[in-house]
Write a protein that binds this ligand. Structure first.
Ligand code: ZN
Length: 399
């Protein structure tokens, strides 16, 4: 048990954003990396005790910082309506499938962005011991939105004119983080259309103070300049989507080190799955939305905004697990190098979720990593095709 194990890898992408390292030797003891060095020969090691992954690239397990486990990525509108109102008994097996989809695509930690009935929270509470895959699940329960504004699909509003912070402080759901909705949806019909904020800066600040006192981070759905600015100034932990937030907000995020989860693939997916009779979505608009978001990502990279990958899996056409590879490709299209894009999908996500077990391949860290049989140049196309997942230094049996 206490023996050292050695793993030779062709290429290492360690999650920190640094350049790809070739021909590396990883030493593992008690499930933890004790050494990471260049592989040199002769090295006195008995080849029989070295696991040979020299045709493979390894990288840390992925973190998807924005999913909705109750919804599948189906494009069937009737099925989507059903999922929104389905009871827990119907949703429970769906959630189990989605978790399996995440795990089999190397996504070992996910942050749920809320559902209207709190099913994902209930699932987490009721299946602690019974869940099949070793996957870290963090949930928001039901999101908060303003009465009469967008958000009923994923949450609830404060009753009887109660303030947001007072409603929150009465709640005793065992959530991991708080989800607040502070704008409308990004328009799929009018390019650049912005909606007003749902809450005042004071309302948001009071909620965030309460949440932070209870050790919970606050993720804010916000599109457009003003909704994003108010959430940032109030001290939120992450901006979700952030379409059309603008340059000044990106600068502010860089200064405040607030994480951005841009969910760009949602727009590509709307375009890719658009049906001719669909009058709710304008193809040219979603395509322009995507291009605009990629420009914002490029600016964010220049300014040094911490970007964490989130897919909004469960949105139309956005499949659980598989879409992480799609979002990675878009980060690269926006100008991130492959190691930088991987950092968004690993280390930055792990930081946002406050987890230590995954995020980096480094000395002293648990030996958890993904193995892809591909050179780095082939990697973007192969993100979804895993050769193996190693946990504590050993290949995990996927079935
Ligand atoms: Zn969402």
């Amino acid at each position: 048990m206490n023996k050292r194990r050695y793993i030779k890898v062709g290429w290492l992408v360690d999650g920190s954003g640094r350049a790809i390292q070739e021909q590396m030797l990883l030493t593992v003891k008690n499930g933890v990396f004790t050494d990471i060095d260049r592989y040199e020969e002769p090295n006195g090691l008995d080849p029989a005790i070295v696991t040979d992954l020299s045709l493979c690239t390894i990288l840390p397990p992925f973190v998807d910082c924005h999913v909705h486990l109750c919804m599948s990525g189906t494009t069937d509108q009737d099925a989507r309506k059903q999922q929104l109102t389905a009871d827990y008994a119907a949703i429970r097996p769906r959630i189990a499938e989605h978790l399996h989809d995440h795990f089999s695509h190397g996504v070992l930690a996910i942050r749920d962005g809320g559902d209207r009935q709190g099913h994902a929270l209930r699932y987490k509470n009721e299946t602690v011991a019974a869940r099949k895959e070793p996957l870290i699940l963090q949930v928001a329960g039901r999101a908060w939105h303003k009465k009469g504004r967008y958000g009923a699909l994923i949450g609830r509003y404060c009753q009887n004119n109660e303030s947001l912070s007072s409603a929150f402080s009465r709640e005793n759901d065992s959530i991991d983080h708080v989800k607040l909705v502070n704008s409308g949806l990004n328009s799929l019909r009018v390019f650049g259309h912005q909606t007003s904020p749902q809450f005042s800066a004071d309302e948001i600040r009071e909620l965030i103070i309460q949440a932070h006192l209870r050790g919970k981070k606050v993720m804010v759905h916000a599109n457009g300049q003003l909704p994003v600015r108010l959430a940032l100034e109030a001290g939120c932990d992450s901006i979700e989507h952030g379409f059309f937030m603008g340059r000044d907000n990106l600068k502010l995020m860089a200064e405040m080190k607030t994480t951005w989860v841009p969910t760009a693939f949602t727009m590509k997916s709307y375009a890719d799955t658009l049906e001719p009779h669909d009058t709710q979505i304008e193809r040219s608009v979603v395509e322009k939305n995507l291009q605009h978001q990629l420009k914002q990502i490029s600016l964010a990279r220049d300014f040094g905004v911490p970007i964490a990958l989130g897919t909004d899996a469960g949105s139309k056409g956005v499949l659980h697990g598989e879409s992480v590879g799609e979002e990675l490709k878009l980060l690269m299209k926006a100008g991130c190098s492959m190691p930088e894009a991987v950092r968004c999908a690993t280390c930055n996500g792990a930081k946002l979720l406050g987890i230590e077990e995954i995020g980096l391949i480094a000395k002293g860290k648990p030996a958890n990593f993904l193995v892809i049989r591909a050179t780095p140049a082939m990697l973007p196309e192969k993100f979804s095709f895993l050769e193996a997942i190693y946990l504590d230094g050993r290949p995990y049996n996927m079935e």
